[in-house]
Design a protein around this ligand. Sequence first.
Ligand code: KPL
Length: 314
Amino acid sequence: MRVVVFGAGATGQLFGVAFLRGGHEVLLVARSEEVEAIRGHGLRIEGPSAGVYPVPAVDALIDGITPDLLLATVKTFDLREAGAEIGRRLRPIPPVLLPQNGIGVERLLEEGVHASAPSAPPPTIVRAVHTIPVTRLGPGSLREAGRGEIVIGIPKEPVAKRASDQFEELFRSGGIAVRRVPDIEREVWRKLLVNAAINPVTADHNILNGKLSEEPWRGQAESLHREALAVSRAEGQTFSEPEAETDLWRVVRATAANRSSMLQDLRRGRPTEIDAISGELLRRGKLHGLELPATSRALERIERRARERLARPS
Ligand code: KPL
């Protein structure tokens, strides 16, 4: 299959290499510094998929290409713009996999596509979430800090269901563990509960995910997790406390050697996903009359850290 990975940061690059190894034709669309490095020395990976891979990479979507599948691996806050670019450049628009953190991301992509291509049919979107730990070491260089999995939704609508089958095949062929579920919304919430606890604490204290099993970080992560769980219940999700706790500590263990994406973003002076995670929980919590003091403190602290980082001369 011909596959485009649009917004190929560390995770997208790792996916691209997996698909290449699975025998597919892959094109990464990434930032210029990544493209230059990948073209110069190949994509360097440490960890289970260690190697140097010559993956084709460009810094903008090329007009008129016709991939069979597209993965949009941009951050949540860039999804609307990604949709607009896809709408501008691609006809037909291929099925799009969205593996972002956070809830309600499909709407952002749809709005972007509609803004630039109002007469195009709405894109076929397949939602997914993943726990694959990847740390960027530098341009075109990353460390896979363990093995995770990708969970892909099985939509009811036949065209989207077929696209979901193809995405499953794509990941499997590349040796990435895949699970498929009919209720992806539940998995999106499951992942949100994990991110709500792990990402702000690791980013605030500049620690690897594995440190969360030690105090005082453990207590902080648990408070955030409890509040996120309360919101999920108010929203109709039915995770029991033991189930949600088991999920959290399983991901902490599996990604112990990883820097969370929020910590990586802060360190690079990039915007973080704090609004898509804690901000969204606060907005939904408010609608249900829930007080979320730990989540609101975490949001403030990460926003402050981001401002300090931006104010610091480089
Ligand atoms: O999703 C992640 C992230 O960093 O955003 C985890 C699974 C927590 C891995 O670090």
